[in-house]
Design a protein around this ligand. Sequence first.
Ligand code: SF4
Length: 323
Amino acid sequence: MTTPGPSAARPRLLVSRCLDLEACRYDGTVVEAPFVRMLAEHAELVPVCPEVAIGLGVPRDPIRIVVAEDAGPGEGGGARRLVQPSTGRDLTAEMERFAAGFAVSAGAIDGAILKGRSPSCGNGDVKLFRSAIDEEPSALGRGLFAGGLAARRPGVPIVDEVAFEDRGAREGFLTRVFSLARLRAARATGTRAALTRFHAEHKLLLLALSERVLRELGPLAAGRAGEALAFTWDAYAVRFVEALDAQPSAAGRANALMHALGYFRGRAEAAARHELAERLARQHRDEQALEACASELRAWIVRHGEPYLGSQAFFWPYPEALR
Ligand code: SF4
C-alpha cells in the first residue's frame, strides 16, 4: 500500500501574526508557538494582526473591551466597545470594519488559530470590563475581530493557542480543517467522480459523526436523476460542513471502529479480531481505549494493505507528521 490516507489537501489557515510569526504584540513581543512552524509545512498560513492592520503601532498602549452598563450578567448582550484607556480612543468601528473586509478579502479559509485572551483575537476567554478604568473584569467573551470573523464565516473552526495544546481539541480542529480543505479541493473540480471519491473517503468519519447524515449523503453523492451537479455539490457541502461542526461521540467512534473491524473477517488472525471486538464492546465509552483500538486497526490496515480502509479520513484525518 502507498502512504495510507485520503486524497491530499493543503488547508488555508488564518493565524494571529503574533503566534511565532512576528513580534507585533502590544508590548513588542512574539508568542512562542512551535506548532505554527510545524503547520506551515502542511498548510498555507494566512497571517493577520488586526490591531496593526487598523493602524496601531508596535509597541502600543493596551486596549480592552468595555460592555454597556445595561448588559446583563455573564457575557451579556450589551453593546461592546473596543477602547484604549490611555488615549480615550474608541476603536470599535475601525475593528468592525476591518473584520468585515477581511472576512471577504481573505478568500477561502479552512480554519483559524487565534491568540487567546486578546481583545481583538481572543476566542472566548477575553476579559470584558464595565468601564475603561475597572480593574476587575465583569465577564469573559470573544475579541472583536474573532467575533466578526465567526459571524461572517460560520462553519470555519476557530481555536486559540491554548486550546491547541489540548490533544482532543487539537485533533478535532485538525480533522475539521483538513476535511474542509479536501472538500474545497474536490469541489473545485466540479466533477461527479471527485464527489463520489470524497464521499467514499469520508464514510467512516461520517459514520462516527452521524449515521443519519451518512445515510442522507450517500444518495446525494451517487446522484439523483435530473439533478444538476452544481446543485448536488452545494447540498452535499452544506450537510457535510454541518455534520463536521460536531465532535464524534465515543459511541460514534466505537461504531465506526466496529464497522472497520468487519473488513478483517477471514484476514486478521481470528483470535486478535475477536479480542479487539470484545475490547470495543467493553470500552466503547473510554476515549483512550478507543484510540488504542484505532491505532491497532491502523497497523492492521497497513499490514494487510486494505485499500478501502486505507483511504479513510477517519483513520488518517490529517498528515501523520502532525499526530
Ligand atoms: S493577538 Fe491579534 S491583534 Fe494582538 S498582537 Fe496578536 S495578532 Fe495582533
